[in-house]
Design a protein around this ligand. Structure first.
Ligand SMILES: [Zn+2]
Length: 212
């Protein structure tokens, strides 16, 4: 994923104000949105855009006219409060995308730590990932933590290489990489969660009770 540069106004946001970053108690997706995202995961190209979060109904839905279809390993999405993109479930020319948020995705997330972006979601065949800019990394006083986080994400690349060299068919391999990924992100101070897909493939009910 690559993002269009944000308008200047995004940078003027107060990084310490984070009361809208939480998504408490059984948040879910509007069916039409969920179905469209799932259909896009089941393809060979990335799809992304912005979401609108209705806090009363606790429903997320795609913001009209924000949708963008990209290439196998890339999509350029508009900057917004709630952003998402997909990782294709199908391989192309023998290359298969990993479901986990890429290090490029995480770096963009860190670059947005002090912006208006409240949450970024990545959808893949096994489930969905949510990244929320952590209060540990936001604001002038945490600049050093944020700089350290950038360095730690560079090291996360090694986990991917290790993961791709291991026999992919081995049972539980994807779970292992997922666990290592979440652990590495947590150590870097990033708030990242993985929400597995339901057996019936319906939209999950989830909560993201970040410190806010
Ligand atoms: Zn991505």
């Amino acid at each position: 994923m690559v993002k269009r540069p944000p308008p200047a106004a995004h940078r003027e946001n107060d990084p310490t104000s984070s009361q809208h970053r939480c998504m408490y108690h059984n948040v879910t997706f509007e069916k039409k949105t969920w179905d469209k995202i799932q259909k896009s995961v089941d393809s060979t190209r990335e799809f992304g855009g912005n979401l609108i979060f209705d806090k009363t109904k606790k429903l997320l839905r795609i913001k009209p006219y924000s949708e963008v279809y990209g290439a196998f390993d890339n999509v350029v999405i508009p900057h917004a409060g709630y952003e998402f993109h997909t990782h294709p479930a199908h391989c192309k020319k023998g290359i298969c995308a990993l479901g986990i948020p890429s290090t490029a995705d995480i770096i963009i997330h860190l670059e947005d730590a002090n912006s208006k972006t409240l949450s970024h979601m990545v959808f893949e065949k096994a489930g969905m990932w949510i990244m929320i800019p952590s209060v540990r990394l936001r604001g002038k006083s945490n600049k050093k933590h944020l700089d350290d986080a950038f360095k730690q994400v560079q090291d996360m690349r090694k986990l991917v290489y290790a993961g791709t060299n291991i026999d992919r068919k081995r049972k539980g391999k994807d779970d292992e990489l997922r666990y290592e990924w979440l652990d590495a992100a947590r150590k870097a101070g990033i708030h990242m969660r993985f929400i597995p897909k339901n057996v019936n493939n319906e939209a999950p009910l989830f909560s993201v009770p970040v410190k806010c």
